[in-house]
Ligand binder design. Structure first.
Ligand code: ADP
Ligand code: MG
Length: 262
């Protein structure tokens, strides 16, 4: 099969569609000061799958991720993680769910005043006090090696390139072995070569760890490379969702325009 080589591994898994959703977003509405940003968003992501959420700036992609993490509450609709609505959870319950999520925010990928090693150690210091200091140190080294950043332990974020900062941010996002990975514009502001390297890294991590991943991006090339499915957001709604081939078949003018301008 000629196309199989380019297809992310989990698409080849015949059982994929029988797996339950890890993340299920249903009919999500969110407004700020009377301006409705999300108008009934519905999305699902299964284990081993990467969903790319695309759309122009200001369409609510980052808001969507913040709702999934529980940093914002929806006006209506629900976010379910492993079939449990996060709205029904106590603060402890929500914190337990958040521990299953690794996220890389659009801005402030790293704490500027901490070294690379301290950044990656941060979630372990807070949530894995059961590990000894040396075990945590070993874990930090493993994580940095996993993202190709071994040997950079004592550097400051300002001493490394944007692409390297994103790698370290990814290592930190993986520190607690997340079941769900949420990446907000992981290639924004990077040159094409660094973007390609981040895409390769995301693919590798997903092959090795089989998380349920959502990657928000306005980079169609990146989305096509890393995602099994793509969803395009416009004016608060998902206007199309499917494989890249499905999107190319779409007759919706905005989708055609989006694909031709990206
Ligand atoms: N906390 C907030 N308060 C008020 N408006 C907000 C807030 N967060 C986001 N918005 C607005 O919601 C819209 C979508 O923002 P955002 O999700 O950041 O867009 P995107 O990530 O797609 O570029 C923007 O108009 C933005 O100004
Ligand atoms: Mg954003």
């Amino acid at each position: 099969m000629a196309t199989a080589l380019e297809t992310p591994t989990s698409l080849q898994d015949p059982e994929e569609h029988s797996r339950p959703s890890v993340v299920a977003v249903e009919d999500l509405f969110k407004a700020f000061d009377g301006h409705v940003v999300l108008k009934g968003i519905g999305l699902t992501v299964r284990r081993g799958e990467t969903l790319a959420v695309l759309g122009r700036s200001g369409t609510g992609k980052s808001v969507l991720l913040r709702l999934i993490v529980g940093l914002e509450t929806p006006d209506s609709g629900s976010v379910c993680i492993n079939a449990n609505s996060i709205a029904a959870l106590s603060l402890d319950g929500l914190n337990a769910v958040r521990m299953k999520m690794g996220f890389l925010f659009q801005h402030a990928a790293l704490y500027d005043s901490l070294t690379v090693g301290e950044n990656v150690a941060f979630p372990l210091e807070h949530h894995r006090r059961d590990l000894s200091k040396s075990e945590r140190g070993e874990r930090v080294n493993q994580l940095l090696a996993e993202v190709g950043m071994e040997g950079n332990l004592d550097k400051m974020p300002s001493d490394i390139s944007g692409g390297m900062q994103k790698r370290v941010g990814l290592a930190r996002a993986l520190a607690l072995e997340p079941e769900i990975l949420l990446l907000d514009e992981p290639t924004a502001g990077l040159d094409p070569i660094s973007s390609g390297e981040i895409d390769e890294l995301v693919l590798k991590l997903q092959r090795e760890r089989q998380m349920a991943s959502i990657v928000v991006t306005h980079d169609l090339h990146s989305a096509k490379t890393i995602a099994n499915r793509l969803a395009i957001l416009d004016q608060g709604s998902v206007i199309v969702e499917g494989t890249f081939d499905d999107l190319q078949q779409s007759t919706i003018p905005f989708v055609q325009e989006f694909l031709s301008h990206s």
